[in-house]
Design a protein around this ligand. Structure first.
Ligand SMILES: C[S@@+](CC[C@H](N)C(=O)[O-])C[C@H]1O[C@@H](n2cnc3c(N)ncnc32)[C@H](O)[C@@H]1O
Length: 259
């Protein structure tokens, strides 16, 4: 792929930093996943890995009474979340942190709930599950979303797109196997419905891309990048039968250092 020029990243980040969230998901799905954490303590210690600008972090603060450490390695996302937290008076509930989830530098068994929407795959799902296992207290829950194939033989256009962003993407069965191998026990899983892709993600993305097209009307390079970025929601319109985002909820049932 030849689009990953500095200009591509500049436009990409201008777009993504302005969105309410950086991946598919919505409040209803978060509440359904939280409902699968049936024995969560009333004020859980929560870790949100790959939180982006914190769309789901802020919702978690509303639907739990816990404290949340919100981690992302892209500092501008964390800076924006920090400003939002201050505006909402949530500084005693949410601690935004720039860190690498592959090496979060936190003591083992620190959390009763680890949440991660659309992010664990960035450090390889199997490694991420092991890291989460170690950070969870026995009895703690891991709730995460991951992109999965729903059908064999996807059209080349989709295959190329995912091969670039997530070459190791598997099926629901593959993720369930990985959860099992990590020693976590599955509490449930479900696919995100179509509206969870559109309401808070692709619809604001397409609206913002329209504003950026006006802003960059005489900038052919910027318009070219926006054309490339517009392919993702368009691909979803045409081919969403082939892939899904799946919410998985698993639990650490054992003590000790791993499976
Ligand atoms: C698809 S976005 C999802 C963001 C957010 N959870 C949401 O659903 O709106 C993935 C996020 O993971 C973050 N990320 C990627 N690799 C990371 C790493 N190694 N450590 C921490 N965050 C990472 C990215 O910066 C990005 O914000």
């Amino acid at each position: 792929m030849n689009e990953l020029t500095p200009r591509f990243w500049e436009i990409f980040l201008e777009l993504y930093e302005s969105l309410p969230r950086q991946g598919p998901g919505n409040r209803t799905c978060a509440e359904e996943a939280l409902g699968l954490c049936r024995e969560l303590p009333s004020t859980p210690a929560v870790l949100d890995l790959g939180c982006g600008v914190g769309g789901q972090t802020l919702h978690l603060a509303r639907i739990t009474s816990g404290t949340i450490v919100a981690v992302d390695n892209h500092a501008p996302f964390i800076e924006r979340l920090g400003r939002t937290i201050a505006e909402l008076g949530l500084s005693d509930r949410i601690r935004p942190l720039v860190a690498d989830m592959a090496n979060p530098g936190m003591p083992p068994e620190s959390f009763e709930l680890i949440w991660s929407e659309g992010a664990l795959y960035q450090i390889c799902i199997e490694s991420a599950l092991l890291i989460c296992h170690g950070l969870l207290r026995p009895g703690g829950y891991l709730a995460f979303t991951d992109a999965v194939w729903r059908k064999d033989n996807p059209p080349p256009e989709i295959k190329t797109s995912f091969d670039f962003d997530y070459p190791a993407m598997g099926t629901v069965a593959d993720v369930l196997t990985a959860i099992d191998k990590t020693g976590l026990s599955l509490e449930g899983h479900f696919s995100l419905p179509n509206e969870a892709w559109w309401d808070d993600y692709y619809t604001p993305m397409e609206r913002r891309m329209g504003e950026m097209r006006a802003k960059y009307a005489s900038d052919a390079d910027a318009l070219g990048v926006l054309d490339q970025l517009a392919q993702e929601p368009e691909m979803h319109r045409r081919y969403s039968d082939y892939y899904a985002y799946e919410f998985f909820v698993a639990r650490r049932t054992t003590g000790g250092g791993g499976p």
